[in-house]
Design a protein around this ligand. Sequence first.
Ligand code: TAP
Length: 468
Amino acid sequence: MLASFVTDPNFRAVLYIISFSLFIYGLSGLTGPKTAVRGNRLAALGMAIAVIATFLYDEVNNIPLIVAGVVVGTVIGVPAAKMVKMTAMPQMVALFNGVGGGAVALIAWVEFRESGGYAHVPTYVAIFSLFSAIVGSVSFWGSNIAFAKLQELIDGRPRTLGPLQIPVNAGLILAAVGLAAAIVAGSHNELLIILLLIAAALFGNLLVLPIGGADMPVVISLLNAFTGLAAAAAGVALDNTALIVAGMLVGCSGTILTQQMAQAMNRSIGSIIAGGFGGGGSAAASADTSGGTVRATSAADAAIQMAYARQVIVVPGYGMAVSQAQHAVREMTKLLEEKGVTVKFAIHPVAGRMPGHMNVLLAEADVPYDQLKEMDEINGEFGRTDVSLVIGANDVTNPDARNKPDSPIYGMPILNVDESQSIIVLKRSMSAGYAGIDNPLFTNPKTSMLFGDAKQSVENIIEELKAL
Ligand code: TAP
């Protein structure tokens, strides 16, 4: 009785509906740092329910093998997710996303074998399976390259085949589609799907290799959308509603995120895919080449300037994340406020290395949410601000984005830090930011540089503020 109840397709459908509701409710929680953790947990609960519901299919056999797979995934995934540093989150997302794409491609291959080269299934099943094989394979291999670039296993610089890049890419994708067409037309030779997966794999590698390190988070988001679409197509082929809904949610949210990131950098997704941007981190270190003079300052001077200011705007960037300075920054803020200084935080949409990076760090350090100001909201305020304290930010403050048409970041909206009365920059050296270019803000006569690790520098400022 109980057995027939739980294996009833209607019961499974109800479980799926509950899980979809949790996915959507969870996603809506991800729109703000306060609700994000709960949103994530709800979506994870939804996925657990969907997995359980899938186990209830009559066709599911070989349960011990599936459980063994789940155990291996859990043993690798949970410690990896717990141990990963916040700054390494984009490459972790790349890796997990790639595995998803790879799994979908493998499912298509398994289905090919099970159905005698799709001989015994309707044509639409073959088409959707082959679509998921191509897109899943592209996503797997592209994500691996993105991971390797961000983890610095390979050089982050763009690597192209020169004039051959476009014809080779076009050839590979045409080959994959041609092989898919041959299979749908009735060729059942397994070699065809193996060649299809290889062509898509090469295309995935060649798609991401020419893209510079700075654009990698956008590429990961795009590949994430690809994986979602591939999973949804696999869902159509397997007649599995959970895969269709979860895949489409990933596909749509990944696409929206990709668009928003591209917009924040004032670049089209096409120009990002075309590559050539970004120098691959501090390897692109350079001395000042803009001809200006660099003025170094001390923590004591920085503390005095800020203590006697009416308004200080803190501009956090990637360096604050690397040095984990957010808690010290919060303490410094409180000391300044006790001295009657108004402190605000200017948040650039692509500061750091992932969307919302600064918001997450500052929320973790209990910086009140209303002190965090989005770029458009704060940009008008720099002109009437006494001191801007730039903590490990570089590209997002680079005035060349406004003034120098041949700059690689020309057109990217920036924080107008250079309009403030005085600017203090906390970083370790004159090294470039992720775009690998000089920043004339550092040689602006109004700017003084406090060299050192950002956390250490903020702690030194705190000591000086306490002594005032
Ligand atoms: P960046 O331009 O990357 O500059 C970060 C600076 O932090 C570096 O110049 C570095 O200089 C400094 N730094 C590193 N470690 C430090 C430490 N321990 N203490 C103090 N300073 C340290 O950062 P940003 O201004 O946040 O800009 C983000 C970049 O990433 C942009 O180019 C953006 O387009 C790109 N990007 C971001 C995203 C997302 S979603 N956030 C997506 C795609 C691309 P030193 O080495 O001299 O210390």
